[in-house]
Design a protein around this ligand. Structure first.
Ligand SMILES: [Zn+2]
Ligand SMILES: [Zn+2]
Length: 244
C-alpha cells in the first residue's frame, strides 16, 4: 500500500499524482530524519535541513553535514537562508505534519519526563511554529531516542557456492528486535553478520517491501518511505547479495 496525494498546480486541470515515497528523500532532514521543519538551506551548497537542526550542528562544526563544504570562515549562520517554498511544499505534501510532528514530539518528551515549553495564550493562530524545545542536555544520546520494533526475516532459499563449501544462510534465533530509529542498515547488517557467523566472502543485503536498502539509510527513513501505513513490527528481510 502506498499513500497517494493529489496536487492541483495552478493552470493544470488534471490531478498530478505524486507518490509520497518518491518525494520523501527530498523533504526529510538528514540530521533528525523527520520532515523539514523551518526548512533552511546553506547558501554555498544549497543543502537543506530543519532550521533547528542545522543551527545546532553549526555550533560544533563549520561544515555542511551533507557535503562537508565550509559554510563560512567565521560566522556560518550568516550563510543560512530560510527556504519558504520548500517548507510550503512539505506542508502541502504531508497534511497535518506540523500538528502531528509537534504532538508526537511533545508526547515523546513527556513520556521521558523532559520539560516542554508550553504554547502561550494567543499563540495558536500564528500558523506553523515549533514550540517544543530540547531542555535535556542528554537528549542527543541514543537511549533517549524513539524506538522502532523490527522483525528480521531470512529471505527464502539463501545459499551460495564458495570455493571450499556451500554456504547456507541461517535464520536468526531472535528475529524480533527493538532499536533506535537512528540505527542504520549498516549497523543491522553488521549485527546479523556477527550473530550468524557469515563468512567474509559473503555480502549481505537488507530489503523492505522488496526494495534493497542503502546501507546509509536509518530505520526512520525506511519507516517513512516504506512502512508509513503498515502495522508494527516493520518487516525487514536479509539476503545474500548476488554479485553482478
Ligand atoms: Zn532536522
Ligand atoms: Zn552541503
Amino acid at each position: 500500500m502506498t499513500s497517494n496525494l493529489s496536487l492541483y498546480p495552478v493552470g493544470i486541470e488534471e490531478d498530478i499524482i505524486i507518490r509520497i515515497n518518491d518525494v520523501n528523500p527530498h523533504i526529510i532532514c538528514s540530521l533528525c530524519f523527520g520532515y523539514f521543519i523551518d526548512a533552511t538551506s546553506i547558501v554555498e551548497c544549497l543543502h537543506t535541513f530543519c532550521k533547528k537542526c542545522i543551527v545546532k550542528h553549526l555550533q560544533v562544526s563549520k561544515h555542511c553535514p551533507t557535503c562537508n563544504i565550509k559554510v563560512h570562515e567565521t560566522q556560518p549562520l550568516l550563510n543560512l537562508r530560510a527556504d519558504r517554498t520548500l517548507q510550503d511544499i512539505v506542508y502541502k505534501l504531508v497534511p497535518g505534519l506540523f500538528e502531528n510532528e509537534e504532538e508526537r514530539r511533545e508526547e515523546f518528551y513527556k513520556s521521558r519526563g523532559m520539560l516542554i515549553k508550553k504554547k502561550r495564550e494567543g499563540e495558536e493562530n500564528l500558523g506553523p511554529k515549533l514550540t517544543t524545545v530540547f531542555t535535556n542536555p542528554n537528549a542527543h544520546q541514543y537511549k533517549y531516542d524513539e524506538q522502532i520494533c523490527l522483525c528480521l526475516e531470512k529471505h527464502s532459499g539463501q545459499h551460495v557456492e564458495l570455493p571450499t563449501m556451500t554456504y547456507k544462510l541461517r535464520s536468526l534465533e531472535k528475529k524480533f528486535v527493538r532499536c533506535s530509529i537512528r540505527v542504520l542498515v549498516a549497523h543491522l547488517l553488521a549485527i546479523i553478520r556477527k550473530k550468524l557467523d557469515v563468512p567474509h566472502q559473503v555480502n549481505l543485503q537488507l530489503l523492505c517491501c522488496g526494495t534493497v536498502l542503502d546501507v546509509e539509510m536509518s530505520m526512520k527513513q525506511i519507516y517513512l518511505m516504506q512502512w508509513y501505513d503498515k502495522p508494527s513490527p516493520m518487516l525487514l528481510f536479509y539476503k545474500i547479495e548476488v554479485p553482478g
